[in-house]
Design a binder for this molecule. Structure first.
Ligand SMILES: Nc1ncnc2c1ncn2[C@@H]1O[C@H](COP(=O)(O)OP(=O)(O)OP(=O)(O)O)[C@@H](O)[C@H]1O
Ligand SMILES: [Mg+2]
Length: 234
Protein backbone atom coordinates (compact mmCIF):
# COMPACT_ATOMS: atom_id res chain seq x y z
CA UNK A 1 0.00 0.00 0.00
CA UNK A 2 1.27 3.48 -0.78
CA UNK A 3 1.79 5.67 2.22
CA UNK A 4 0.51 9.26 2.42
CA UNK A 5 2.11 11.45 -0.22
CA UNK A 6 3.46 8.47 -2.06
CA UNK A 7 2.14 7.92 -5.56
CA UNK A 8 0.23 4.69 -5.89
CA UNK A 9 0.45 2.61 -9.05
CA UNK A 10 -3.07 1.24 -8.64
CA UNK A 11 -4.69 3.61 -11.13
CA UNK A 12 -2.05 3.26 -13.81
CA UNK A 13 -3.90 0.31 -15.40
CA UNK A 14 -7.13 2.33 -15.65
CA UNK A 15 -7.68 3.76 -19.11
CA UNK A 16 -10.57 6.15 -18.51
CA UNK A 17 -11.91 7.68 -15.30
CA UNK A 18 -15.41 9.16 -15.14
CA UNK A 19 -16.91 11.12 -12.24
CA UNK A 20 -20.65 11.12 -11.59
CA UNK A 21 -21.89 14.22 -9.76
CA UNK A 22 -25.09 16.06 -8.86
CA UNK A 23 -26.16 19.22 -7.10
CA UNK A 24 -28.88 17.62 -5.03
CA UNK A 25 -29.35 14.16 -3.58
CA UNK A 26 -31.52 11.39 -4.88
CA UNK A 27 -31.47 12.42 -8.54
CA UNK A 28 -30.08 9.14 -9.89
CA UNK A 29 -26.26 9.26 -9.69
CA UNK A 30 -25.84 5.79 -8.26
CA UNK A 31 -28.45 4.48 -10.68
CA UNK A 32 -26.61 5.97 -13.64
CA UNK A 33 -23.22 4.76 -12.35
CA UNK A 34 -24.56 1.24 -11.97
CA UNK A 35 -26.37 1.08 -15.31
CA UNK A 36 -23.48 2.69 -17.16
CA UNK A 37 -21.15 0.06 -15.71
CA UNK A 38 -23.53 -2.70 -16.80
CA UNK A 39 -23.94 -1.21 -20.29
CA UNK A 40 -20.18 -0.83 -20.79
CA UNK A 41 -19.66 -4.35 -19.49
CA UNK A 42 -22.14 -5.65 -22.05
CA UNK A 43 -20.08 -3.96 -24.74
CA UNK A 44 -17.15 -6.09 -23.62
CA UNK A 45 -15.32 -3.60 -21.43
CA UNK A 46 -13.77 -4.11 -18.03
CA UNK A 47 -15.35 -1.66 -15.64
CA UNK A 48 -14.68 -0.56 -12.08
CA UNK A 49 -16.98 1.41 -9.83
CA UNK A 50 -15.66 3.42 -6.93
CA UNK A 51 -18.36 4.50 -4.51
CA UNK A 52 -17.12 7.34 -2.33
CA UNK A 53 -20.45 8.21 -0.72
CA UNK A 54 -19.77 8.16 3.02
CA UNK A 55 -23.34 8.85 4.07
CA UNK A 56 -25.32 6.59 1.83
CA UNK A 57 -23.29 4.11 -0.17
CA UNK A 58 -25.90 2.39 -2.31
CA UNK A 59 -24.11 0.68 -5.18
CA UNK A 60 -23.30 -2.58 -3.33
CA UNK A 61 -27.04 -3.04 -2.82
CA UNK A 62 -27.87 -2.16 -6.44
CA UNK A 63 -25.44 -4.84 -7.58
CA UNK A 64 -26.49 -7.27 -4.87
CA UNK A 65 -23.06 -7.61 -3.31
CA UNK A 66 -23.75 -5.75 -0.06
CA UNK A 67 -22.84 -8.76 2.06
CA UNK A 68 -19.40 -9.27 0.59
CA UNK A 69 -16.33 -8.63 2.66
CA UNK A 70 -13.31 -6.80 1.31
CA UNK A 71 -9.76 -7.55 2.24
CA UNK A 72 -6.36 -6.05 1.61
CA UNK A 73 -3.45 -7.33 -0.42
CA UNK A 74 0.06 -5.91 -0.76
CA UNK A 75 -1.04 -3.22 -3.20
CA UNK A 76 -4.22 -2.18 -1.37
CA UNK A 77 -7.91 -3.03 -1.10
CA UNK A 78 -9.12 -5.85 -3.33
CA UNK A 79 -12.39 -4.82 -5.00
CA UNK A 80 -15.47 -7.03 -5.02
CA UNK A 81 -16.11 -8.65 -8.39
CA UNK A 82 -19.67 -8.72 -9.67
CA UNK A 83 -21.32 -11.45 -11.72
CA UNK A 84 -20.05 -14.73 -13.00
CA UNK A 85 -17.63 -13.25 -15.51
CA UNK A 86 -16.18 -10.91 -12.85
CA UNK A 87 -15.99 -8.02 -15.32
CA UNK A 88 -17.31 -5.38 -12.92
CA UNK A 89 -15.06 -4.55 -9.99
CA UNK A 90 -16.60 -2.56 -7.16
CA UNK A 91 -15.07 -0.80 -4.21
CA UNK A 92 -17.34 1.05 -1.86
CA UNK A 93 -16.70 2.97 1.30
CA UNK A 94 -19.79 1.07 2.41
CA UNK A 95 -17.79 -2.14 2.59
CA UNK A 96 -15.44 -0.49 5.06
CA UNK A 97 -18.07 1.39 7.04
CA UNK A 98 -19.79 -1.83 7.94
CA UNK A 99 -16.87 -2.56 10.17
CA UNK A 100 -17.63 -0.66 13.37
CA UNK A 101 -14.01 0.20 14.14
CA UNK A 102 -13.52 1.75 10.70
CA UNK A 103 -16.61 3.92 10.99
CA UNK A 104 -15.04 5.78 13.89
CA UNK A 105 -11.85 6.41 11.94
CA UNK A 106 -13.69 7.50 8.80
CA UNK A 107 -15.74 10.09 10.61
CA UNK A 108 -12.74 11.54 12.34
CA UNK A 109 -10.68 14.59 11.45
CA UNK A 110 -8.52 12.59 9.08
CA UNK A 111 -11.46 11.98 6.75
CA UNK A 112 -9.95 13.85 3.79
CA UNK A 113 -6.63 12.07 3.99
CA UNK A 114 -8.40 8.75 4.32
CA UNK A 115 -10.62 9.40 1.32
CA UNK A 116 -7.60 10.37 -0.74
CA UNK A 117 -5.88 7.22 0.30
CA UNK A 118 -9.00 5.16 -0.38
CA UNK A 119 -9.21 6.50 -3.94
CA UNK A 120 -5.69 5.42 -4.78
CA UNK A 121 -5.55 2.30 -2.62
CA UNK A 122 -7.76 -0.04 -4.59
CA UNK A 123 -5.98 -2.77 -6.51
CA UNK A 124 -8.01 -2.44 -9.73
CA UNK A 125 -5.63 -4.15 -12.08
CA UNK A 126 -6.43 -3.33 -15.73
CA UNK A 127 -9.70 -1.52 -16.37
CA UNK A 128 -11.16 0.15 -19.44
CA UNK A 129 -13.37 2.43 -17.35
CA UNK A 130 -13.51 3.50 -13.73
CA UNK A 131 -16.79 5.16 -12.75
CA UNK A 132 -16.61 7.21 -9.56
CA UNK A 133 -19.98 7.69 -7.86
CA UNK A 134 -19.98 10.62 -5.45
CA UNK A 135 -22.28 12.05 -2.77
CA UNK A 136 -24.57 14.97 -3.71
CA UNK A 137 -23.23 18.51 -3.88
CA UNK A 138 -19.61 19.47 -3.52
CA UNK A 139 -18.30 18.26 -0.22
CA UNK A 140 -15.01 17.14 1.29
CA UNK A 141 -15.40 13.82 -0.48
CA UNK A 142 -15.35 15.53 -3.89
CA UNK A 143 -12.39 17.73 -3.13
CA UNK A 144 -10.37 14.83 -1.77
CA UNK A 145 -11.41 12.58 -4.65
CA UNK A 146 -10.53 15.09 -7.34
CA UNK A 147 -7.21 15.89 -5.67
CA UNK A 148 -6.34 12.21 -5.51
CA UNK A 149 -7.30 11.67 -9.15
CA UNK A 150 -5.50 14.73 -10.47
CA UNK A 151 -2.37 12.87 -11.65
CA UNK A 152 -4.48 10.43 -13.69
CA UNK A 153 -6.46 10.72 -16.87
CA UNK A 154 -10.02 11.91 -16.30
CA UNK A 155 -12.30 11.30 -19.26
CA UNK A 156 -14.86 13.68 -17.81
CA UNK A 157 -17.66 14.24 -15.34
CA UNK A 158 -21.34 13.45 -15.78
CA UNK A 159 -23.70 15.81 -13.99
CA UNK A 160 -27.03 14.21 -13.13
CA UNK A 161 -29.97 16.49 -12.62
CA UNK A 162 -33.77 16.45 -12.64
CA UNK A 163 -36.07 19.02 -14.25
CA UNK A 164 -37.22 20.08 -10.78
CA UNK A 165 -33.69 20.87 -9.66
CA UNK A 166 -33.38 23.54 -12.38
CA UNK A 167 -36.74 25.20 -12.54
CA UNK A 168 -35.67 28.16 -10.42
CA UNK A 169 -33.02 29.15 -12.90
CA UNK A 170 -34.27 27.91 -16.24
CA UNK A 171 -37.90 28.45 -17.09
CA UNK A 172 -38.06 25.41 -19.33
CA UNK A 173 -36.01 23.41 -16.84
CA UNK A 174 -33.93 20.33 -17.24
CA UNK A 175 -30.45 19.21 -17.97
CA UNK A 176 -30.54 20.17 -21.61
CA UNK A 177 -30.87 23.86 -20.78
CA UNK A 178 -28.18 23.55 -18.14
CA UNK A 179 -25.83 21.85 -20.60
CA UNK A 180 -26.46 24.56 -23.19
CA UNK A 181 -25.84 27.24 -20.61
CA UNK A 182 -22.57 25.62 -19.51
CA UNK A 183 -21.46 24.79 -23.04
CA UNK A 184 -21.08 21.08 -22.36
CA UNK A 185 -22.58 18.11 -24.24
CA UNK A 186 -26.05 17.00 -23.20
CA UNK A 187 -25.89 13.22 -22.89
CA UNK A 188 -29.53 12.36 -22.55
CA UNK A 189 -32.74 12.21 -20.60
CA UNK A 190 -33.51 9.04 -18.64
CA UNK A 191 -37.26 8.64 -18.09
CA UNK A 192 -38.68 7.42 -14.79
CA UNK A 193 -39.03 3.71 -15.28
CA UNK A 194 -40.56 1.41 -12.63
CA UNK A 195 -38.75 -1.56 -14.13
CA UNK A 196 -35.46 0.25 -13.56
CA UNK A 197 -36.16 1.05 -9.91
CA UNK A 198 -37.42 -2.47 -9.33
CA UNK A 199 -34.39 -4.11 -10.85
CA UNK A 200 -32.13 -1.85 -8.75
CA UNK A 201 -34.01 -2.87 -5.63
CA UNK A 202 -33.60 -6.52 -6.51
CA UNK A 203 -29.99 -6.15 -7.62
CA UNK A 204 -30.72 -7.35 -11.14
CA UNK A 205 -29.00 -6.60 -14.43
CA UNK A 206 -31.44 -4.15 -16.01
CA UNK A 207 -29.40 -3.77 -19.20
CA UNK A 208 -29.54 -7.48 -19.86
CA UNK A 209 -33.05 -8.20 -18.68
CA UNK A 210 -35.12 -5.21 -19.78
CA UNK A 211 -34.02 -4.04 -23.24
CA UNK A 212 -37.60 -3.12 -24.09
CA UNK A 213 -38.21 -0.88 -21.09
CA UNK A 214 -38.50 2.88 -21.39
CA UNK A 215 -35.17 3.82 -19.74
CA UNK A 216 -33.12 1.37 -21.77
CA UNK A 217 -32.60 3.40 -24.99
CA UNK A 218 -31.53 6.50 -23.05
CA UNK A 219 -29.04 4.56 -20.92
CA UNK A 220 -27.65 2.73 -23.94
CA UNK A 221 -27.30 6.03 -25.80
CA UNK A 222 -25.43 7.62 -22.87
CA UNK A 223 -23.07 4.62 -22.71
CA UNK A 224 -22.45 4.90 -26.45
CA UNK A 225 -21.51 8.56 -26.15
CA UNK A 226 -19.09 7.70 -23.35
CA UNK A 227 -17.52 5.07 -25.60
CA UNK A 228 -17.27 7.54 -28.49
CA UNK A 229 -15.65 10.15 -26.25
CA UNK A 230 -13.23 7.57 -24.90
CA UNK A 231 -12.29 6.48 -28.39
CA UNK A 232 -11.64 10.05 -29.47
CA UNK A 233 -9.49 10.72 -26.44
CA UNK A 234 -7.22 7.69 -26.79
N1 LIG B 1 -34.92 6.62 -14.19
C1 LIG B 1 -35.39 6.15 -13.04
N2 LIG B 1 -36.57 5.50 -13.00
C2 LIG B 1 -37.06 5.02 -11.83
N3 LIG B 1 -36.44 5.13 -10.64
C3 LIG B 1 -35.26 5.75 -10.62
C4 LIG B 1 -34.67 6.29 -11.80
N4 LIG B 1 -33.49 6.88 -11.46
C5 LIG B 1 -33.37 6.70 -10.14
N5 LIG B 1 -34.42 6.02 -9.62
C6 LIG B 1 -34.65 5.67 -8.21
O1 LIG B 1 -34.50 6.84 -7.45
C7 LIG B 1 -33.85 6.57 -6.22
C8 LIG B 1 -32.64 7.49 -6.07
O2 LIG B 1 -31.70 7.15 -7.08
P1 LIG B 1 -30.14 7.10 -6.78
O3 LIG B 1 -29.87 6.38 -5.50
O4 LIG B 1 -29.51 6.61 -8.01
O5 LIG B 1 -29.85 8.66 -6.60
P2 LIG B 1 -28.52 9.34 -6.11
O6 LIG B 1 -28.40 10.62 -6.85
O7 LIG B 1 -27.39 8.40 -6.19
O8 LIG B 1 -28.87 9.60 -4.58
P3 LIG B 1 -27.84 10.11 -3.43
O9 LIG B 1 -27.65 11.56 -3.69
O10 LIG B 1 -28.58 9.81 -2.18
O11 LIG B 1 -26.58 9.33 -3.58
C9 LIG B 1 -33.48 5.10 -6.23
O12 LIG B 1 -34.40 4.41 -5.43
C10 LIG B 1 -33.63 4.68 -7.68
O13 LIG B 1 -34.10 3.36 -7.76
MG1 LIG C 1 -26.01 7.77 -4.68
Amino acid sequence: MAGPGERSTNLLGVRHILLVLSGKGGVGKSTLSTELALALRHQGHKVGILDVDLCGPSIPRMLKVQDRAVHQCDSGWVPVFVGQDRTIALMSIGFLLERPDDAVVWRGPKKNALIKQFVTDVAWGDLDFLIVDTPPGTSDEHISTVEALRPYRLLGAILVTTPQECTNIFSKGGGEELAKHAGVPFLGRVPLDPQLSQSLEEGRDFIQEFPKSSAFPALAHIAQQILDTAQQSS
